[in-house]
Design a binder for this molecule. Sequence first.
Ligand SMILES: CC(C)(COP(=O)(O)OP(=O)(O)OC[C@H]1O[C@@H](n2cnc3c(N)ncnc32)[C@H](O)[C@@H]1OP(=O)(O)O)[C@@H](O)C(=O)NCCC(=O)NCCS
Length: 310
Amino acid sequence: MNAGIKGIGRYLPERIVTNHELEQRMDTTDEWIRTRTGIEERRIADDSMNTSDLAYEAAKNAIDNAGIAPEEIDLILVATVTPDQPFPTVSCILQDRLGAKKAAAMDISAACAGFMYGMVTAKQFIESGTYKHILVVGVEKLSKITDWNDRNTAVLFGDGAGAVVMGPVSEGRGILAFELGSDGSGGKHLYQEEYIVMNGREVFKFAVRQMGESAVNVIEKAGLSKSDVDMLIPHQANIRIMEASRQRLELPEEKMSKTVNKYGNTSAASIPISIVEELEAGKIKEDDVIVMVGFGGGLTWGAIAMRWGK
Ligand SMILES: CC(C)(COP(=O)(O)OP(=O)(O)OC[C@H]1O[C@@H](n2cnc3c(N)ncnc32)[C@H](O)[C@@H]1OP(=O)(O)O)[C@@H](O)C(=O)NCCC(=O)NCCS
């Protein structure tokens, strides 16, 4: 039995904060942000919306898209580092609001790689025959932990949510291979005290190396070659990091998803948001091979090779 995606949804807050708006608030320029990161604008949730509210909207969309009832969900996994509070978890709040009466629920904390960890966890329960429908959400309200006086970090992040319903799919489709990893010795380069603290150069070096390596590894594990990849969906942190992994896979520009320009780095939400955007643009089709790869604080990383379709 193969685990795959049966439904998908996203939610982004309405308020757009452009680089030009940030120019008014801190010592930065649109030019610097665009050339160093590829970011033009990001979405920021207002005070009335917490992380669970963003997650709820994305989850509802994914469940509708899957065509199942909330009562059919067996497990809810929410990848986030910005939960409403340490407990109850965002996943438990969702369980109640969605009316997912028989679902177990837990949050996963693996920073920007959290969605990869969530999908791989779901795969184990599905392929063992334990559970049939698992809701996996990647969600962040990073604006809560952003120091708006620190130009090194404030320009990078955004709020948003993406969700998938995973379940058994037909042979040859779904997750073909995965890789997860961590290196706690690099925790000092990206962490939260009150706010996000980051050594940008160190994270950059790690990300360029690890994204490329993990992407290549899952392609090999799946028995595929680089030229089989139809769409690369890298964690949307910085266009220069993403470009490095695209070049490592020798893919043309149109085969890499790019949403960082519109949404900034939404951490665990960036990969599912990007999948929805590519689907809506008609750039992911039945039986396409997609490679997703994420990295983040911890340090953590994860990659998945998947054949699209139910
Ligand atoms: C943060 C990042 C964009 C910085 O880009 P960079 O090209 O490495 O820039 P540098 O670190 O060399 O900094 C260059 C200068 O720009 C300045 N600078 C930093 N942020 C700035 C901003 N928003 N506006 C203007 N100048 C800025 C720095 O202070 C530095 O000035 P200095 O040379 O006088 O000290 C880049 O390192 C990066 O993307 N790192 C990875 C971050 C990431 O992905 N984090 C999330 C992981 S999930």
